[in-house]
Design a protein around this ligand. Structure first.
Ligand SMILES: C[S@@+](CC[C@H](N)C(=O)[O-])C[C@H]1O[C@@H](n2cnc3c(N)ncnc32)[C@H](O)[C@@H]1O
Length: 392
C-alpha cells in the first residue's frame, strides 16, 4: 500500500495519499522483565509487555495527565500509567478486565490480606456446582466452592476484591503455585474434556492445594517489589481512576477532550476467544462467558475489522485533548501478509489526526518453553508495530 520514497538507516519515509509518514524500526525498549513492576504479573491472553505503554507514557504524557486504554485487557497500560503518576482510564468489554486491574491500582496491605484470609471460613462439605474433579482434588474443590460463595456475596471491600483477583488468576496453571493439577497456561483454561485427556496423557491426578497459602504467596509476589515512590503514585491517582465495561466506540462516561494519551492494542484479525478461553475464570466470578464472547470484536475479514476500528477511532478522537496522542499497536497478521498499521493509518488521517510516525519495535529474544515436559530454546524476533497519531 505504501509507495516508499526514501530509506535512511533505521528510518524510511513512506507516502500514503500524499502524506509523508516516517517509519522507524529499532529496539525502542528492552524486553528485560526485571525492569517492570511485579504488579503486572497477572496473565491474560494477548497482553502486551509493560515496556510498551511505559515508553509512550514517559514520552507523551506528564504526571497528573489522563492515560486511557479502550481495549484494556489485564490493564497493562492502566497499571503502568498509575505507577508513573498518571490517572488511568481503562475500558474493556470483558468484565474480567476491571476485575483484574482495579484492585491493583489501590492494593491493600499484605497484613490486611493475610488477616482477611484467616477470617474466611471454608466449608469442607461443599463442592462446586459444576464438575471440576478433573482440575481439583476434593478438599481443594471445597475450598474453591466456599471462597467463590463468599466472594459472590455483596458488600465486598478492596481486600476482598484483591483476593478475588488473585484467586481468579490462580485457578488453573502449570505449577504448584496454582490451585489445579498441571493444566494449560492460566489464561487458557482447558475444557473439562481436554483436562481429562491431559490427565490421562500425563498419568496425573489432582493433589491437595492450600488455596489460602497460594493466594498469600502470589499477593507477596505482586506487592513485594513495589517501591515507596510507586506506592505514593498509586495512592495519588487511585480515586480519579476509571474502569469501564463498554464497547470501545461507546464510552459516554469519558468527557470530550479530556485524555492526553491513549495507548492500546485492539483485538487483531485472528480469533482469540477472550471470554471462552476464560470460561473457568468466568464461572468463578458468576459471569456468563457465552454472553461476553458475543460482545467481543473478533473479525476474520479485514474490511469488517477496518469498519469496526473506524468507529472506535471516532470515539478516541472525541475524548482526546488537542495535542494529545494515540499510540495504536497492531500486529502482522495472516503470516505477515497483512500489515494492520497500513490499514489504521488512513482511518486516523481521515479524522484529521496527524501521523507522527510508525514505530516498529524489533526485539530478539530467546524463549525457553516447557510444554508437556519437553524443553526447548527458540530464538526469534518479537515485533510490535505502533502507529502514533497526534490531535492537532
Ligand atoms: C489484545 S487484547 C488487549 C490486551 C491488553 N493490551 C493487555 O495488555 O492486557 C484486546 C482486548 O480487547 C477487548 N475487546 C474486544 N472487543 C472489544 C470491544 N468492542 N470493546 C471493548 N473491548 C473489546 C478484549 O476483551 C481484549 O481484552
Amino acid at each position: 500500500m505504501f509507495a516508499e520514497m526514501e530509506e535512511r538507516g533505521q528510518e524510511r519515509i513512506a507516502v500514503f495519499a500524499g502524506h509523508e509518514v516516517k517509519v522507524v524500526t529499532k529496539e525502542f525498549w528492552t524486553a528485560k522483565q526485571r525492569q517492570t513492576s511485579s504488579l503486572h504479573e497477572v496473565s491474560y491472553r494477548a497482553c502486551f509487555k509493560p515496556q510498551l505503554p511505559r515508553y509512550f507514557i514517559q514520552q507523551y504524557s506528564s504526571p497528573g495527565d489522563i492515560v486511557y486504554d479502550p481495549f484494556s485487557g489485564r490493564g497493562t497500560t492502566a497499571i503502568e500509567a498509575a505507577l508513573l503518576g498518571r490517572v488511568p482510564y481503562a475500558n474493556d468489554i470483558n468484565p474480567l478486565s476491571s476485575l483484574f486491574s482495579r484492585p491493583r491500582i489501590s492494593p491493600p496491605q499484605l497484613r490486611a490480606i493475610a488477616k482477611r484470609l484467616g477470617q474466611i471460613e471454608y466449608d469442607y462439605s461443599k463442592q462446586p456446582d459444576i464438575d471440576l474433579s478433573m482440575f481439583y482434588e476434593k478438599k481443594t474443590a471445597a475450598e474453591i466452592a466456599s471462597l467463590r460463595e463468599y466472594l459472590l456475596r455483596s458488600d465486598k471491600d478492596e481486600v476482598d476484591d484483591w483476593i478475588k483477583m488473585v484467586a481468579t488468576n490462580r485457578l488453573t496453571g502449570h505449577s504448584k503455585g496454582f490451585f489445579s493439577v498441571y493444566s494449560l497456561p492460566p489464561n487458557q483454561a482447558a475444557s473439562q474434556k481436554r483436562q481429562i485427556k491431559i490427565n490421562e496423557k500425563l498419568k496425573q491426578a489432582p493433589e491437595y492445594r492450600d488455596t489460602k497459602a497460594i493466594i498469600l504467596k502470589k499477593s507477596k509476589q505482586l506487592l513485594g517489589k513495589l517501591t515507596l515512590g510507586e506506592q505514593e503514585n498509586l495512592q495519588a491517582v487511585a480515586k480519579q481512576a476509571k474502569f469501564l465495561n463498554s464497547f470501545s466506540h461507546e464510552t459516554a462516561q469519558i468527557s470530550d477532550a479530556s485524555v492526553q494519551l491513549i495507548v492500546t492494542s485492539p483485538p487483531f484479525l485472528n480469533v482469540v476467544q477472550y471470554a471462552l478461553d476464560n470460561w473457568l475464570r468466568c464461572w468463578f466470578n458468576g459471569i456468563d462467558a457465552q454472553a461476553v464472547a458475543k460482545n467481543i470484536t473478533s473479525f476474520s475479514k479485514l474490511e469488517r475489522w477496518v469498519h469496526a476500528m473506524s468507529s472506535v477511532f471516532k470515539e478516541l478522537e472525541r475524548v482526546l485533548k488537542p495535542c494529545g496522542y494515540i499510540a495504536f499497536e497492531v500486529g502482522e497478521v495472516k503470516k505477515g501478509t497483512i500489515m494492520l498499521d497500513e490499514h489504521i493509518l488512513p482511518i486516523g488521517l481521515q479524522l484529521g489526526l496527524s501521523c507522527e510516525k510508525i514505530l516498529i519495535n524489533s526485539q530478539t529474544f530467546t524463549k525457553t518453553s516447557n510444554i508437556w515436559g519437553v524443553g526447548n530454546n527458540a530464538k526469534g524476533t518479537n515485533t510490535n508495530r505502533i502507529v502514533l497519531f497526534k490531535k492537532r
